[in-house]
Design a protein around this ligand. Structure first.
Ligand SMILES: Nc1ncnc2c1ncn2[C@@H]1O[C@H](COP(=O)(O)OP(=O)(O)OP(=O)(O)O)[C@@H](O)[C@H]1O
Length: 237
């Protein structure tokens, strides 16, 4: 992206640390259900995410991308194998300054405006109201939706809500950013903008970034393209 570092991100502490291992999956698997109805969503995946990882996760619908992201974010538990977060032995759980997830579906808090939704994790971190709202509005502007700060989630289109969710994650300054098809509902220009913001935030925060996508143009923006098929990570380039 041309231009300066996001102000909302810039105001977070800059982390110029060496490469750090953030997630280690060892033969991790996730099976839903039991017996005849069991679905193996993720099968024996071994991989490592570091603070400099910029990974696109590709694969057909149902291949296990979302499930793997949820496992790596600590939002779900493997039914086989292990997942570890060396920097946080207790896991990144529920801490927006550790891991941030941009979900596929709607994840905004209904009663809060777009700006309040973005500011919310900052308030939880103890940032003062005015500062939190200012940083929230800065992030919304960065994603070209600065005019929507006072709208409620149900007044937003799917693509606008997706960008608010992106703003919320990058503003809270996580060390791991997981984005599940963050450009799925966006036109090309808006999608490029979202990827710009994610890459800049990851660089500034020293955060590992994993983006699941069906869009090869989006995938090409990331350093590595990982492919999933039937729950397995089949190619890592
Ligand atoms: N909570 C669940 N209960 C039962 N099955 C599930 C659950 N979540 C996912 N699955 C199944 O696990 C498999 C992998 O799903 P997942 O959502 O991870 O795929 P995906 O690659 O992200 O798909 P898409 O590209 O469509 O988002 C699918 O067969 C899906 O139906």
């Amino acid at each position: 992206m041309t231009g300066s570092t996001p102000s909302s991100v810039r105001s977070s502490t800059s982390r110029q640390t060496p490469v750090e291992t953030l997630v280690v999956c060892e033969a991790a698997g996730r099976t839903f259900g039991k017996g005849n109805v069991a679905v193996v969503a993720v099968h024996e995946v071994s991989c490592t995410i570091t603070s400099t990882s910029r990974i696109a996760l590709l694969g057909p619908s149902g291949s296990g991308k979302s499930t793997l992201l949820q496992l790596m974010a600590g939002l779900d538990q493997p039914t086989s194998g292990t997942i570890a977060w060396p920097a946080w032995p207790g896991g990144p759980f529920q801490d927006p300054s550790r891991a941030g997830v941009i979900f596929q579906g709607l994840s905004l808090i209904p009663g809060l405006t777009a700006a309040e939704n973005v500011a919310f994790p900052l308030l939880l971190q103890g940032v003062e109201d005015r500062e939190a709202m200012s940083r929230a509005r800065g992030s919304l502007a960065l994603l070209d939706i600065g005019a929507l700060g006072d709208k409620l989630p149900d007044e937003l289109s799917g693509g606008q809500a997706q960008r608010v969710a992106t703003a919320r994650v990058v503003t809270s300054g996580p060390r791991l950013i997981f984005a599940d098809e963050p450009t799925g509902q966006l036109d090309h220009v808006s999608g490029e903008r979202v990827i710009d913001v994610l890459l800049e935030a990851a660089a500034h925060l020293g955060a590992g970034l994993v983006v699941s996508t069906h869009d090869s143009t989006v995938a090409a923006r990331l350093d590595e393209q990982w492919r999933m098929r039937d729950g397995q990570l089949v190619v890592t380039t």
